[in-house]
Design a protein around this ligand. Sequence first.
Ligand code: ADP
Ligand code: MG
Length: 338
Amino acid sequence: MNAIKLLPDTLINQIAAGEVIERPASALKEILENSIDAGATDITVQIDQGGLKLIRVADNGKGIARSDLPLALARHATSKISTQEDLLKITSLGFRGEALASIGAVSRLLLSSYHASDQHAWHIQAEGGHLVAPEPTARTQGTTLEIRDLFFNLPARRKFLKTEATEFAHCEEVYRRIALSHADIALSLQHNGKTRSHLHITDVNKRIAAVLGEEFSHTSAFVSESAADIRLQGRVALPAYSRATRDMQYFFVNGRYVRDKLVAHALREAYRDVLHLERHPAFVLYLEINPENVDVNVHPTKTEVRFRDARAIHQFIFHSINKVLATPSRQADTPTST
Ligand code: ADP
Ligand code: MG
């Protein structure tokens, strides 16, 4: 009697989707990261009904050649790494080759792209994991991904989704993180046909002001500290601008938004003497380190990382922020660019 069976690919992809694609915002995060990895400088996002009906991301990145289109939707297929050494020094946001296969297994997906090596653009469709062969289409260089009816074939999953407004709020948060991490990319966001955000290419400080508001900008201090092969930049709110929740805490490691206990602790300590325990600091910080000194292959959604020398990172962050908060003259600094 054979009780154990290998699962079919579609089912494997649906199971994998459970890990990475929790809601429309998680699908949006994955496809925005793909656009960034493709070198896009202009990305437009259109969302209908909180992303339950449609998520559409169009970019002007390098595109996907026709011959690569089916592979883009295949599991464990990626253009971003190919060897074990690559895995030890990741410089792209993606590398697992799972997102599009997962999304394609739990939605109606349309991927259209034009790559310079082809004569014209092509698109490919997947519906609940079933692929339709590429067909010719028209568009300029770049890629458009349309995700319709997320979880249409997983009713149990769809039931867990919240209201349109809540799902859109999650999408907006993903958009904000991307906007903060890449001031060098123009971005726009539409919901149900209405423009909600339009951001031009600018410097980091102007982008932060555009995304988080002038008030945060005016009541925050500029951070720019570096040591051997580590650099911390950004803005931290002065204690006068504390928050009731952790809603304005953005920490990026090599351009990737991360939530990390060690980082949170270092910041908490730096604010210890100046902030009431029940209040939370607001900050936007960019940590740049040698990719070999941070492991991003810790969790499928990649919001957790592991630092090789955690102690040194903790101390560096603590001392950098402590110094900024303790030196009033630096607080008014508003550099023009970084
Ligand atoms: P990963 O990002 O981990 O490689 P994905 O499933 O997200 O895996 O994407 C698979 C592949 O499809 C990528 O490696 C990339 O080559 C290609 N791709 C996906 N989105 C885009 C895009 N917007 N522009 C260019 N190539 C893309
Ligand atoms: Mg990806």
